[in-house]
Design a protein around this ligand. Structure first.
Ligand SMILES: [Zn+2]
Length: 94
């Protein structure tokens, strides 16, 4: 689930208090289950549901986009792996 910055720090599911932490979150793609470790999240102290903010969702979407062509049934990624450098952005010196 996603929360926006500035919203109340109460869990929408159970009303528990949210605390910042790191979570391992599963994502179900059509042919692949992707586990992303160490995702920064607000985690409910009562039901342990993790909530991620928008900028984290963007990064997770990018990670999922980078693996969707792989022929794997289960993938385990770390949120903090370095961002891949797009080939077109590498300066070419002659
Ligand atoms: Zn909760």
């Amino acid at each position: 689930m996603t929360i926006k910055r500035g919203e109340s720090n109460r869990c929408p599911v159970c009303g528990g208090r949210l605390k910042p932490g790191r979570a391992t979150i599963p994502f179900l793609l059509p042919h692949t289950v992707v586990l992303i470790k160490d995702v920064p999240a607000e985690i409910c102290s009562d039901c342990h549901e993790p909530y991620v903010v928008g900028i984290v969702t963007d990064r997770v979407t990018e990670l999922l986009g980078s693996v969707h062509n792989l022929q794997a049934e289960v993938l385990i990624l770390s949120y903090s792996i370095p961002r891949p450098v797009p080939a077109l952005a590498i300066p070419v010196r002659v």
